[in-house]
Design a protein around this ligand. Sequence first.
Ligand code: ADP
Ligand code: CO
Length: 301
Amino acid sequence: MLPQTNSLSLTLDQFYTDTTVTFDDQLTADEVTVNDQLLSPTAAKKVHNFLNLVRQQASRTSFARVTSVNHVPTAAGLASSASAFAALAGAASKAAGMNLDKTALSRLARRGSGSATRSIFGGFVEWEAGHDDLSSRAVPLIEEVTWPIAVVALVLDPHHKKVSSRQGMQSSVTTSPFYPAWKQVVVDDLDAIKPAIRAQDFTTMGETLETNAMRMHALTLSAWPPFSYFNGDTLIAMQMVKGLRAAGLECYYTLDAGPNLKVFCQTADVPAIQDRFARQFGSDNVIVAHPGPGIQFLNEA
Ligand code: ADP
Ligand code: CO
């Protein structure tokens, strides 16, 4: 689980996962429940493999009961895997008797889902690609964000996507002729966006994150077979962001491997922007989030 490039994310307060892990000698297999549904062995495979890693590191043999609730649509491009495996890394390692600091947790979470590497930390976080298990980990850029910004998330399709993040990226790497250019784009964009975030330069941050997202999605369109994470509403929402900007409401979108747009704006503009999207997509599908904290341990049995 070593990435091709560094990457940057913003941890959000509204999208998180609550996970409880108990190792139990009585169990004859791992038992994984997500959103009140007991997962089949196939669906639980990623979690099971991850628990094997924790057992190996903690020198334990018993199976575990995992109960997890996502406060984020699952597998829809709203980073459920980031949230889920950050939470699982914390809960499973703690339950196994390990006491890992955040950097070690970040490296462990990486083994479950790459995106989870960053989500151990709050605020703006960079995943340094590194070159081995020790060096590939997250480093917080600004853990406690005091900048009055918000992310308006548009849930345009909450269903499980057909192409997972992992499959989509692997296909882009092996079949898109644009892939080498993308790697350079990421280097240049990180060089531009990190100083902009530190200086609270909203325009540079916004323009950089929006072009960066579109250039990533250009990989999917140029892959073989070509695919896209967009749907019709994604394109409508993108046009609306342009319209909002033209009307003086400065905002910029990004989107991950899924159809759902995340619109960055300044908190003063949230009511107007939220209202515009709610009229188009329904108020239940417009979620206003802010920079949030990283992993938190709620209680220990
Ligand atoms: P997303 O855009 O939501 O991150 P991914 O394709 O990256 O989509 O990851 C989705 C996968 O993450 C799910 O299919 C499942 O394997 C795993 N996942 C999501 N939530 C949980 C959870 N709470 N516990 C365990 N695994 C989860
Ligand atoms: Co993911």
